[in-house]
Design a protein around this ligand. Sequence first.
Ligand code: BYC
Length: 327
Amino acid sequence: MYTQALDTEGRQPAAAGAADALTERFQARIDAEERIEPKDWMPDAYRHTLVRQISQHAHSEIVGMLPEGNWITRAPTLKRKAVLIAKVQDEGGHGMYLYSAAETLGTARAEMVAQLLAGTAKYSSIFNYPTLTWADVGAIGWLVDGAAIMNQIPLCRCSYGPYARAMVRICKEESFHQRQGFEIMLTLARGTSAQRAMAQDALDRWWWPSIMMFGPGDADSKHTAQSMRWKIKRFSNDELRQKFIDITVPQAHFLGLTIPDPELHWDEASQHYRFGPIDWDEFNAVLKGNGPCNRERLAARRAAHEAGGWVRAAAAAHAEKARRRTS
Ligand code: BYC
């Protein structure tokens, strides 16, 4: 409904010549740090970029429920189980806020979901890796949510109002997720030698995929320059990746774990950690659908969508009844 109501807002075709003036005025508002709202005029490319990024983000939250959901029935204690259930539910909630934010741009949620299920929409590469042990739940919270926060805090200042506002609450919840993951890692790292080995193994497997989450290097990132001009992105992929590494390496030291990168070292001159080469072939293979779990993840989402068909039908029937009662 929201989508239909907004379908034509801000989209009136501009008369020849007037388009340039509108675009100039739009960029001036962005430069002045004004928020763009759903009914404001915006260039089609801005709208398209936002729908692309926000829907990919929403899909990532929804698919991201799967690797951790895999451990809900096997969490080691009742308390761990309760925390994990809450975290996975949070991710579902993030997906919902984000689909709603994307809908304000005139694309229906059903359309975005259909793209995900058809395999034509992207979601974060990170969720195509398996969760083999309980330590993976810790590593995801610590590294994956840690990387997510690094990327998402600047999105709270994104130029598009509904996305920026959705990100405020999401970031608060992601901070809790990161802390719970680090606490799991700390418990394991201070535990038996078998638990320490399990924590190290999880770090070994999740480190590089977490580094890849930030996307291609700046030289290969086709969207960054324009997205930064529009203040959708505030930092480039490489800038955020470096910030994440600088913050996370001392945390690994605190845990007494070793980052699986023989070239990693502190560079006094630049005051940054320098790191070894990223395996972009692996990243590109995952993006093309050939990661360890791509097929499994999509199959799980399709099965869940099919199984939920009766809920959608019941909700539609209920809405129709309510409409008839009031008309
Ligand atoms: N995986 O020009 P670029 C979470 C794509 S959820 C897959 O740099 P952009 C969590 C990119 O989309 C985490 N694809 O693009 C949930 C583009 O493809 P298209 C998700 C990737 O948009 C549950 C192409 O590569 N976070 O945290 O300027 C549990 C070229 O890239 C990836 C978000 O979505 C990737 N890693 O920058 C726990 C945050 N990287 O569209 C945690 C919002 C790049 O041209 N998104 N691609 O076909 C963003 O900030 C930006 O979209 C990105 C990419 C930094 C991801």
